[in-house]
Design a binder for this molecule. Structure first.
Ligand code: B1M
Length: 233
């Protein structure tokens, strides 16, 4: 018997493990509607939003990343996968934000110039919102003038920068050096993140912290803002 096509599968008929595996496949195939439905089903079955995010969506995207790296998938397919991931994230966003406390500070966040990856940044923004921050997301491909303009306009406590390419991560230093030249570096806590970065890089460019993932970004932002306020008071 030929296998039933995925779009005719009754997702509700699957057990949790089968559903998560199916969602990895649906993400791989860029099926946004199925990802949205799978996300809803897992939530209905009592999964927390963070678990759905980590086990169904982020893990699925990790698999996509491996095949992208190995030349099995190409940009159009990965864009569809990214789109499907966003369909799931849209449902999780309000739930992740709900778990947070009172607003404790403001963050301006953007992906650096030359880089259009935004899934990780969006996740970080969501988790920060969930931790009680007001977040101003200034998008992708952000040049230094746009960062400075956003800092002037929104006067945040924290600047967050994301980069996913080894070729774009050095641009973070351009932004930090410009802030230093203007004598404004100490006005902001600067957090950086993205898959190719590490702690040494964060230190070398003069950021306050490198954050390995979205949860760490929320934790670090909360800790550093409290420390800064404790010193100021
Ligand atoms: Co791109 N891409 N891509 N891509 N892409 C990578 C990054 C790559 C590693 C794939 C690979 O080869 N395995 C590779 C980079 C290699 C390198 O530089 N060493 C790569 C490449 C080469 C490219 C192009 C150059 C491909 C081409 O055109 N030939 C091109 C570049 C375009 C450009 O930006 N100028 C390109 C394009 C694309 C798409 C447009 C197709 C799409 C992006 C769609 C979108 O974002 N809207 C895409 C995708 C989806 C990926 C992969 C597959 C997945 C990235 C992702 O979303 N991960 C990626 C492979 C991979 O990383 N495994 C790849 C899921 C996300 C949740 O994780 O973004 O790491 P991540 O974010 C994490 C942490 O890093 C951290 O928290 C997040 C959540 O936990 N974090 C922060 C991120 N930002 C932070 C900021 C913070 C704190 C923490 O601030 C406070």
């Amino acid at each position: 018997m030929p296998e039933e096509p995925a779009d005719e599968l009754d997702l509700r008929g699957l057990d949790e493990q089968e559903l998560v595996e199916q969602m990895h496949e649906d993400l791989y195939d860029g099926r946004a509607d199925d990802i949205a439905e799978g996300t809803e089903i897992l939530l209905e079955r009592g999964w927390g939003p963070k678990r759905v995010l980590d086990e169904a969506l982020v893990e699925g995207m990790r698999i996509v990343g491996i095949d992208f790296r190995d030349g099995v998938l190409f940009v159009p397919e990965v864009l569809l996968a990214a789109n499907a991931m966003k369909a799931g994230m849209a449902l999780l966003r309000p739930l992740l934000a709900e778990t947070g406390a009172q607003p404790i500070g403001k963050v301006v966040i953007g992906t650096v110039k030359g880089d259009i990856h935004d899934i990780g940044k969006n996740l970080v923004a969501m988790m920060l919102e969930g931790a009680g921050f007001e977040v101003v997301d200034i998008g992708i491909n952000t040049d230094v003038d746009s960062y400075i303009a956003a800092l002037d306009e929104h006067r945040p406590d924290i600047l967050g920068m994301s980069a996913l390419l080894t070729t774009t991560m050095p641009y973070m230093k351009v932004v930090l050096d410009t802030l230093k030249e203007k004598g404004r570096r100490d006005e902001f806590i600067v957090l950086v993140g993205g898959a190719p970065l590490n702690e040494e890089f964060g230190e070398a460019i003069g950021a306050d912290a490198y954050c390995r993932d979205a949860a760490m970004a929320a934790e670090t932002a909360t800790r550093l803002i409290r420390e800064r306020r404790a010193v100021a008071s």
